[in-house]
Design a protein around this ligand. Structure first.
Ligand code: SF4
Ligand code: ZN
Length: 306
């Protein structure tokens, strides 16, 4: 198949949902422009913003950082070392993130849970029976990314969530009628007066195979293993279901997610979001919390560290 961009080279990727097949030269340029259009379409940020990219060491976050820098944005990265020693997962993820930043001369902010707080996610799982690694990990990431962005003067926090991630989240939220989450699942979450950063997902309209192809073609070295705690994650099961659906009905994922966004934007569907409780700054870290006194992160991780 010939590339529809240049018309001469052989296409390396065919994207039925975009009715497009592109070669190894045209595809990365197209993906960058498509990301730029997503940034503009949802008014995510502009050239004057300082963007902090949440970098796990996986393909999506590194590809996003690569794209934002190529588009000329002021983008730095933040990586959180969760202290997962199984398969050296955290050490290898961190190495990928640091190597990417190092070879490109980019700034990466690293939070090391063990060194900075004297604790790790697996350690806390063992201590707190009943809390899953993923719920603790989510708490750590939300807190630390917001804190770094806030302390370092960034104006927006960007994550590498792609269309497959968003469609799987939407499926999970719909199956359980998580009305509050359905109200808030969006490409942009605005900043709040009480200290939550603006959060954006510039890859939300790109399929996982497209971000993977971009990483491959750009020669980005990323961690290919899944996190050892992900084996029972329902999000992976939902992704498999959606892939099956996509095989029978091409572009099903895209229409499921994008038509949900359009229907909500246009007012065809509405979800009543419960009023958000008022926030006060945490007595230790200053991050917003509903708890009064210490935030959930400081109650869990604040004893030994700073
Ligand atoms: Fe964190 Fe769970 Fe994802 Fe592992 S699978 S990185 S523990 S959220
Ligand atoms: Zn706190």
């Amino acid at each position: 198949m010939k590339c529809k961009g240049c018309g001469s080279a052989s296409a390396v990727i065919s994207m039925r949902q975009h009715r497009l097949a592109l070669c190894a030269e045209c595809f990365p340029a197209w993906l960058r422009q498509y990301t730029q259009r997503t940034i503009e379409r949802y008014e995510m940020f502009g050239p004057g913003d300082r963007v902090l990219v949440a970098v796990s060491g996986g393909k999506d976050s590194l590809a996003l950082w690569d794209v934002l820098v190529a588009l000329g944005y002021q983008a730095e990265g933040v990586h959180i070392d969760l202290g997962i020693t199984h398969g050296d997962y955290s050490a290898r993820s961190r190495e990928k993130a640091q190597a990417f930043a190092g070879t490109r001369g980019l700034t990466l902010h690293v939070v090391d849970l063990a060194a900075d707080y004297g604790a790790t996610v697996p350690g806390k799982v063992a201590e707190r029976r009943g809390r899953t690694a993923c719920s603790l990990c989510g708490l750590v990431k939300r807190h630390e990314m917001n804190r770094v962005a806030w302390e370092e003067g960034f104006t927006v926090l960007a994550t590498g969530h792609n269309l497959d991630d968003e469609a799987a989240t939407l499926l999970g939220n719909t199956l359980h009628w998580q009305v509050g989450y359905l109200a808030r699942q969006a490409p942009v979450l605005p900043a709040s007066d009480d200290g939550f950063m603006r959060k954006v997902k510039p890859f939300c309209r790109l399929a996982e195979r497209e971000t993977a192809a971009y990483a491959l073609l750009q020669g980005i070295d990323y961690i290919r293993d899944e996190c050892p705690f992900s084996t029972n994650a329902s999000s992976l099961f939902y992704k498999r279901l959606l892939n099956e659906l996509e095989r029978r009905s091409p572009a099903a994922k895209q229409s499921f997610y994008l038509e949900f966004l359009q229907a909500r934007e246009g007012g065809a569907i509405r979800f009543q979001e419960a009023g958000r409780p008022s926030m006060t700054p945490c007595a230790r870290c200053g991050q917003p919390t509903t708890a009064g006194g210490l935030c959930a992160f400081c109650r869990l991780f604040g004893k030994d560290g700073r």
